[in-house]
Design a protein around this ligand. Structure first.
Ligand code: DGL
Length: 261
């Protein structure tokens, strides 16, 4: 079992921000990545739809012999992780909006969270906020358009600066000093976000914590791979193969053979 792969899925390419951390921290693990780019974005879609897609993707990853699945999508975690845990006999790791570390570290008593509509409407976000940020001013913004921008893979400085300014400026007026990237796509915009937020604002990316949690779950279950891995990772997409290949290669710096599903 320990030499079976870890499965990761996302509505598209955002989960690669988690993939990168996994490869850095537990390089012996082989990974099967599923990007549902053909159906992105998930953010504005119904909970039923996201549960259905997440279940279908889980079945696919189980058919690839995955030993654990990371739901590397905040939106799918919020909508579907309880359903997945109830219906499939395999460990799941979900994304937590990193409100806890941001609320702990804030000096101004004010933090910002960027995420999708689906992430904010779920009980998951409300529970995390109530549990860890009761005494903190949490300014959240549905950052529509960012997922689509990253999925499309073309740079447009003026467009993205305008969009980010609209979302982040009101947060700065509330004196935030930490900004949580509550969607796995957003770390790919870190430079643009930091430019607008300014150097006094710390960006918080939960990918690292997710990888630490994954490692301890695998260890406890005796499933951590200790033999060397020659990186036979596999990437599957429901989106455009050429575009996905270009983006995956630029993010991972490896040349991967992307497979359609
Ligand atoms: N990466 C997904 C997330 O973390 C994006 C969701 C979407 O497709 O809207 O929420």
């Amino acid at each position: 079992m320990s030499d079976c792969p870890i499965g990761i899925f996302d509505s598209g390419l955002g989960g690669l921000s988690v993939y990168k951390e996994l490869v850095n921290h537990i390089p012996n693990e082989q990974i099967v990545y599923f990007g549902d780019s053909g159906n992105a974005p998930y953010g504005p879609k119904s909970t039923e739809y996201i549960i259905q897609r997440s279940s279908e993707i889980t079945e696919f990853l189980i058919s690839k012999k995955c030993k654990l699945i990371i739901v590397a999508c905040n939106t799918a975690t919020a909508a579907a992780i309880n359903h997945l845990r109830t219906n499939f006999d395999i460990p799941f790791i979900g994304m937590e909006p990193a409100i806890k570390p941001a609320a702990k570290a804030t000096k101004t008593g004010s933090i910002g969270v960027l995420g999708t509509q689906g992430t904010f409407i779920g009980g998951h976000y409300q529970n995390t906020k109530a549990k860890y940020a009761n005494n903190v001013n949490v300014v959240y913004r549905i950052a529509s358009g960012l997922v689509e921008y990253i999925e499309q893979g073309e740079k447009d400085e003026e467009y993205i600066t305008g969009l980010l300014t609209k979302y982040i400026e009101p947060m700065l007026l509330e004196n935030i000093d930490h900004l949580v990237l509550g969607c796995t796509h957003y770390p790919f915009l870190s430079k643009d976000i930091q430019k607008i937020a300014g150097s006094d604002v710390t960006l918080v990316n939960p990918a690292n914590a997710v990888v630490r949690h994954t490692t301890s779950v695998l260890k406890m279950a005796g499933m951590l791979n200790i033999s060397e891995n020659n990186r036979g990772d596999e990437f599957f997409t429901t989106g455009d193969i050429e575009k996905t290949k270009r983006i995956v290669d630029s993010i991972t710096m490896r040349l991967y053979n992307i497979k359609p599903v």
